[in-house]
Unconditional design. Structure first.
Length: 341
């Protein structure tokens, strides 16, 4: 049969279908309670990479069949010493045969070829699992854990709407100097600069544990480029921002996204309130109002997933007050490539 080979994803419908088949087999085996992968997501990475990011996709093939997939991301404007393994999966029927190691070493080779010496990769396990194979694998490869996060899920059909209305009323009473702005999709022109400032603060104001990550440079052009990629990929985004009425500046925001082809699983993205505006229950107010905003547009929504650094006590308290419950443990791992064998 011969050894497995690694080839770039060529973008053909056949190659993408084979890639998605591996993703789906892995998802059904490892995380059946999450949204299934789609060809639109794979093609989006291939044709519409995020601004300032290079995305490379590679398939492990054996006897003409795709049995493993690898996606790596490389930042082009900041953190240019880092390669991020965004996805490394091996079909359940072909595990424990060295395919994962082959893909891992390929990621290292690609990183070295571009002068990058840090490799980051994430592992996920269910909340009741003591250890999962991915953690054992990356540890064996020499990586060290640098972040710990907990994923939480909100079951929309279990929401207590009366309780949410009460919490919202209390939050509104504590933040009377603020108005909320809401939009679907791209950022309105009047708020692009403010959103760029807030997006940059997301890389400096949230807990990063032991991860060394330099601040990201955001400006109006990058916000508009990100919005254009979201639209090109067919993703849907819902944003609620808080405006400080006396000054007119944006004080905080929250975003909830849906991937193309999916209407049951929403993903809670950034939530941030600037330090000068904290203590007024804006975080809770933003999240409740944005959830209502989403529900009015997405009647099939069943679950909302989010994740927080274990050190982020304040945001965890807000999420749990809304009804989010722990379901996953996420860790980021770092390998110094110069030390890798």
């Amino acid at each position: 049969m011969g050894p497995a080979t690694i080839t770039p994803l060529d973008g053909s419908d056949e190659a993408i279908s084979a890639w998605v088949a591996v993703q789906r087999a892995c998802r059904l085996a490892d995380a059946p309670d999450t949204a299934l992968p789609s060809a639109a997501r794979v093609r989006g990475d291939l044709e519409h990479p995020w601004p300032g990011t290079r995305i490379d996709q590679w398939a492990a093939r054996l006897a003409g069949r795709t049995i493993g997939v690898l996606t790596i991301g490389m930042r082009l404007t900041d953190n240019t010493d880092v390669t991020v393994i965004r996805e490394l999966r091996v079909h359940p029927d072909h595990r424990r045969r060295g395919i994962g190691t082959l893909l891992w070493r390929h990621a290292i080779a690609q990183s070295r070829a571009t002068g990058r010496y840090r490799l980051l990769v994430e592992t996920t396990r269910t909340i009741d699992c003591e250890v999962e194979p991915g953690e054992l694998f990356v540890t064996r490869m020499g990586a060290k854990r640098v972040t710990r996060e907990t994923g939480r899920r909100l079951a929309v059909d279990q929401l207590d709407d009366a309780d949410l209305r009460r919490r919202l009323a209390d939050a509104e009473a504590a933040s009377t100097d603020y108005s909320l702005l809401q939009w679907v999709g791209g950022t309105p022109a009047d708020h692009v600069d403010g959103m760029a400032m807030l997006a940059a603060r997301m890389t400096t104001d949230v807990p990063l544990d032991d991860l060394d990550w330099e601040p990201e440079a955001w400006d109006a052009e990058r916000v508009q480029a990100r919005d254009a990629v979201m639209a090109a990929r067919g993703n849907r985004s819902y944003t609620t921002a808080a405006r400080h009425d006396p000054t007119g500046e944006l004080a905080g925001y929250t975003v909830l996204d849906f991937l193309a082809g999916n209407d049951e699983y929403g993903w809670q993205q950034d939530t941030l309130v600037l330090p000068a505006h904290r203590g007024r229950r804006l975080g809770l107010r933003l999240k409740v109002e944005n959830l209502s905003h989403v529900r009015s547009h997405e009647p099939n929504l069943r679950f909302v997933d989010t994740r927080n650094a274990d050190a982020n006590d304040h945001m965890i308290a807000i999420n749990e007050a809304l009804g989010f419950r722990p379901v996953k443990r996420h860790s980021e791992w770092e390998l110094t490539i110069e030390e890798a064998s």
